[in-house]
Design a protein around this ligand. Structure first.
Ligand code: PMP
Length: 288
């Protein structure tokens, strides 16, 4: 079935949902975005995603073409129009149409795109058996150059690392910052467990402030587990008991091998499985 896409100020047919070649989102990756899940007809953590989108936009001096409330209504309208009960929303704000130079001030109106569709998930088997990762040689963007908290349309830094992983047939890569500390995976946040304590690199180490990350930290604490944010090195990942990633698409996924070394006993560990379980039921049953 053809989708209805929200384009700027209204829903249009998928075939009409086209963007100008002069949009600076395309020409320069100048824009911001969000990926959001729909579970059981409910939009998961919608306000947190909208807040992060506005923060990202503010950080790059981009005016979102509508207010938060109006945007929430546009998202809900798009989800309803496409009858998405369980799926994924891609929310994009581009700098808009301008001239060929870098100057963003030639772009008079920011572009807004909302896509509500099905989601491509990792196979269930990967959650049961756990995923392999490598350490990327591509260093995460220096936070003083482009703060990784900004969910910008320019993902080249992560894409270069992702290719390193795909080159050796693993789905994900861990990225380190300019000081060698763990930043994040190419599209997910990183956690480890050691002696039943959960450690997460601080956001300032160079990661997106993941919304799944925040939910998982909250759920872990509700389970009485200690969560500590501290800088982690490659050594910490090599010797940890459990390693897992969190993200909107992946939810919570156990990592069982890094750089050819087994983690723990080579299967997703008990705390990873507990948190995956808790997250799964929280996402699907929670009131709006
Ligand atoms: N880091 C990066 C680079 C991401 O793109 C994402 C989102 N896919 C995440 C972390 C996870 O963030 P969230 O839980 O908000 O999806």
């Amino acid at each position: 079935m053809a989708l209805k896409i929200w384009l700027n100020d209204k829903l249009v047919d998928e075939a009409e949902a086209k963007v100008s070649v002069f949009d600076h989102g395309l020409l320069y990756g100048d824009g911001v975005f969000e990926g959001i899940r729909v579970y059981d007809g409910r939009i998961f953590e919608l306000e947190a995603h909208v807040r992060r989108l506005f923060d990202s936009a503010r950080a790059i001096r981009l005016q979102v073409p509508m207010g938060k409330e109006e945007l929430i209504r546009a998202i809900e309208t798009t989800v309803a129009a496409n009858r998405v009960h369980d799926g994924y929303i891609r929310l994009v704000v581009t700098r808009g149409v301008g001239t060929l130079g870098l100057n963003p001030f030639t772009c008079k109106n920011a572009g807004l795109i909302i896509i509500a569709d099905k989601i491509q998930l990792y196979p269930e088997e990967l959650y049961e058996k756990g995923m392999r990762v490598i350490s990327a040689t591509t260093v995460r963007n220096h936070p003083l150059a482009l703060p990784p908290q900004i969910k910008s349309l320019n993902y080249l830094n992560n894409i270069l690392a992702k290719m390193e992983a795909l080159d050796v047939d693993v789905p994900e890569a861990i990225m380190y910052n300019h000081e060698g500390y763990v930043a994040e995976a190419t599209g997910d946040n990183v956690f480890i467990v050691r002696n039943r304590i959960i450690y997460a690199p601080p956001v300032e180490a160079g990661s997106l402030e993941g919304i799944t990350r925040a939910v998982v930290i909250r759920l872990a604490r509700q389970e009485g587990l200690e969560v500590v944010e501290k800088n982690l090195t490659r050594y910490d990942l090599y010797v940890c008991d459990e390693l897992f990633l969190t993200g909107t698409a992946a939810e919570v996924i156990g990592i069982v091998e890094i750089d050819g070394r087994a983690i723990g006993d080579g299967r997703p560990g008990p705390i990873t499985r507990l948190l995956r379980d808790r997250f799964y039921s929280y996402a699907r049953r929670k009131e709006k």
